[in-house]
Design a protein around this ligand. Structure first.
Ligand SMILES: Cc1cc2nc3c(=O)[nH]c(=O)nc-3n(C[C@H](O)[C@H](O)[C@H](O)COP(=O)(O)OP(=O)(O)OC[C@H]3O[C@@H](n4cnc5c(N)ncnc54)[C@H](O)[C@@H]3O)c2cc1C
Ligand code: FES
Length: 379
């Protein structure tokens, strides 16, 4: 197949794959649903992308448009994210940002970054990023929204920056004439905090009734609690059926409330997907002793000391080991490594299946050492 045809096939695949149930394995945290196996990610390497534009969406959020300087496309599936490697204050940090642009246009992709109070990367990108800058980018990765086959309706429940994956999902849905009907429920502090307000209005206007957007503003109705959400679902007459898929992304309390409400209403958890931007809660029983760590890869060995609270990924990276990773919150499978010795405890939820655990795999980004640990990076 010629490179052009191959590219076209990949781009089309990225766009329509989710509706055809052509899924690839890596998973985002998906509460209550079966966890698919992470795909091997040894080939995960960074590529430089150029910042084409930085557009202010709200006082606390920017949209960043990225292109490949070689002109190569950046194909992605709706709901996937990029991991940016950014130097802030002399420290190299990696953070995930969901793609929010139309997957049908892989030559120019967009992410949006909302400030987190005291956050190093989000504030750096909001204050310092300029058109013409180059960013080191991993991915796209993630499998949020990969199981939309057969969906006749989508209900997207978003809070704040949790709009980003839902934007690419709804854009792909609307681009498909046979795609599902979409309802977006979007919670924000006030009108001024709504990211992509104009873009959403334009999408609704062009959708011919296929997209309904219901904003929920804290200063008008209160935060998007289970009670408020229940009232909004009733108002929209959004009743559950086998053709409806629920997707939830936003701040942890909002997500927990929404997922609890759906469970209480008897929604089949296999039709509910959730994308978490923050790590799984800290374990009550985190190991409290420092432990030695040994990492082997390609005939070399790195040694480190894992301090209480530190993950194997953090300790390995600190020691200079070539640890693979992307989301760093247990959702993508990129950091899957072989446990060759020792005991670890894993934060949950995460995307490792029970079968993989049984085979000796661990996710380094959510793993803590409960004894001296040996890891093998070669697969
Ligand atoms: C798969 C995935 C997709 C993501 N997509 C987006 C996106 O599209 N847009 C976006 O703005 N962010 C997104 N995030 C979150 C993003 O990766 C960073 O976590 C966020 O920008 C904060 O990083 P920071 O360096 O500014 O904060 P840090 O310096 O890491 O943290 C500062 C403090 O803020 C807390 N904190 C960290 N992240 C959050 C958060 N998201 N909400 C509340 N408190 C937090 C930390 O616990 C810490 O106390 C995504 C995360 C994941 C895992
Ligand atoms: S699961 Fe994504 S980096 Fe660990």
């Amino acid at each position: 197949m010629t490179p052009r045809l191959d590219r076209l096939r990949r781009d089309l695949g990225a766009l329509i794959g989710p509706w055809l149930d052509r899924r690839s394995p890596p998973a985002a945290p998906r509460d209550g649903a079966a966890w698919p196996a992470p795909r091997p990610t040894r080939g995960l390497s960074a590529r430089p992308l150029q910042v084409e534009a930085v557009d202010r969406l709200t006082p606390d959020a920017v949209a960043v448009t990225l292109t490949d300087p070689t002109g190569a496309p950046i194909p992605f599936r709706p709901g996937q994210f990029l991991s940016l490697s950014v130097t802030v204050g002399g420290q190299r940090l990696r953070r995930a940002y969901s793609l929010c642009s139309d997957p049908a246009d892989p030559r120019r992709v967009q992410i949006a970054v909302k400030r987190v109070a005291g956050g190093r990367v989000s504030n750096h990108l909001n204050d310092r990023l300029r058109p013409g800058d180059t960013l080191e980018v991993f991915g796209p990765s993630g499998d949020y929204a990969a199981r939309l086959a057969g969906a006749r309706r989508l209900a997207l429940i978003s809070g704040g920056s949790g709009i980003t994956p839902h934007l690419s999902i709804l854009r792909a849905a609307l681009a498909d004439p046979l795609g599902p009907q979409v309802t977006l429920i979007y919670g924000n502090r006030d009108r001024g905090a709504v990211m992509f307000r104009d873009a959403l209005d334009a999408l609704v206007a062009r959708s011919g009734g296929r997209l309904v957007v219901r904003h929920v503003l804290d200063d008008a109705e209160g935060p998007l609690t289970p009670e408020t959400l229940a009232a909004v679902l009733d108002e929209l007459d959004l009743t559950d059926d086998a053709g409806l898929r629920w997707l939830v992304c936003g701040p942890a309390p909002m997500m927990d409330g929404a997922l609890g409400l759906l469970a209480a209403r008897g929604v089949d958890p296999r039709r509910v997907d959730a994308e978490r931007f923050t790590p799984a809660p800290t374990l009550d029983t985190l190991p409290d002793e420092p432990q030695p760590l040994q990492v082997r890869a390609g005939g070399s060995v790195w040694t480190a000391r894992v301090t209480p609270g530190q993950t194997l990924l953090e300790a390995g990276v600190e020691a200079g080991a070539p640890m693979p990773f992307s989301c760093a919150v247990g959702g993508c499978g990129a950091c899957k490594v072989r446990l060759r010795g020792g005991e670890v405890v894993l934060r949950t939820p995460n995307c490792l299946s029970a079968e993989e655990r049984g085979e000796g795999w661990v996710l380094a980004c959510v793993a803590h050492a409960a004894s001296p640990v040996r890891l093998e990076l070669d697969r």
